[in-house]
Design a protein around this ligand. Structure first.
Ligand code: SAM
Length: 265
């Protein structure tokens, strides 16, 4: 394999991390648990921006998350689902397409503006859907009450991933399901190079045109680069006690769907 093909994305990530240590106000916000302020600013055009920057694929990824979780629940009907970092409520909306009016769907987020979009959007959805302004690292629910926890493109944004996973563990019923959708870095070197150029140069430009916030979309690239690889993330899930942990790649590993269980006893 051509060394340049491997070195190029590593250099991009290194350059990103150098810029991070000097410049990224967004990463500092995340460290303080205040990244929701960025989402407050982009909430109005968030869904449109997602559709455009993912070429409409984001809807497919969320459907894979929802159908994967329902399959892992063995079709059990009247469940309680908790969606962390629910944002504009897209995961909740997709769940409703699958489960009709059964079960209780709860979405939490720290961004009031994102939640306002979610409430408007899901106001017309079937069933009981509730949204709370709440931190995914301090979930205000009694222990072991939830059949499944989902988190789509949110785990990268929490200040302490371990703390968030501990909370997920606490609120899940024994045998409960965890479904996480998150960006990753593609394995194939050629595709990885193209993806890095897209992430670092094209995507912030599109984000700026759509939302006026170039830094929010630079932050996306920064966090994708610094998030653990799927091997490391699976290791972390196993270490936290989750069992049956699997992952599925989309777009050659640019997006990953993780599914895991809390053991039955
Ligand atoms: C990239 S968006 C994902 C939104 C949605 N899940 C989706 O699929 O589009 C990340 C969301 O996580 C929220 N968030 C970040 N940190 C959080 C925290 N500690 N607790 C709850 N929500 C958080 C942000 O406010 C934002 O709405």
């Amino acid at each position: 394999m051509d060394d340049g093909v491997v070195i190029f994305p590593m250099a991009m990530c290194f350059w990103r991390s150098l810029k991070v240590s000097f410049a990224s106000e967004e990463l500092r916000l995340r460290g303080r648990g205040e990244i929701y302020k960025v989402f407050d600013r982009i909430s109005r055009r968030y869904d449109l921006a997602n559709t455009l920057i993912s070429f409409g694929q984001d809807a497919r990824w969320r459907r894979a998350l929802v159908s994967g979780v329902i399959r892992e629940l063995n079709g059990k009907g009247d469940f309680v689902i908790l969606d962390l970092g629910t944002g504009t409520g897209e995961v909740i909306r997709v769940f409703r397409e699958y489960v009709g009016d059964s079960g209780l769907l709860v979405g939490i987020d720290m961004s009031e503006n994102m939640l306002n979009v979610a409430k408007r959007k899901c106001g017309g959805c079937l069933g009981e859907n509730v949204f709370f302004l709440m931190d995914a690292m301090y979930i205000g629910l009694v222990g072991s009450a939830v059949d499944a926890v989902t988190i789509a493109f949110g785990i990268r944004n929490v200040a302490e991933v371990d703390r968030c996973l501990e909370e997920i563990w606490r609120v899940l019923k024994p045998g409960g399901v965890l479904g996480i959708l998150e960006f990753g870095l593609p394995q194939g070197s050629m595709w990885r190079n193209i993806y890095m150029v897209y992430l670092n140069y094209v995507l912030p430009g599109i984000g700026k045109v759509l939302t006026g916030e170039i830094r929010a979309y630079r932050y996306l690239g920064e966090t994708i680069c610094s998030f653990p690889s799927h091997e490391k993330f699976l290791e972390l899930l196993f270490r936290m006690g989750f069992v049956g942990c699997t992952y599925k790649e989309f777009l050659g590993g640019a997006v990953l769907l993780y599914l895991a269980h809390k053991p039955k006893n």
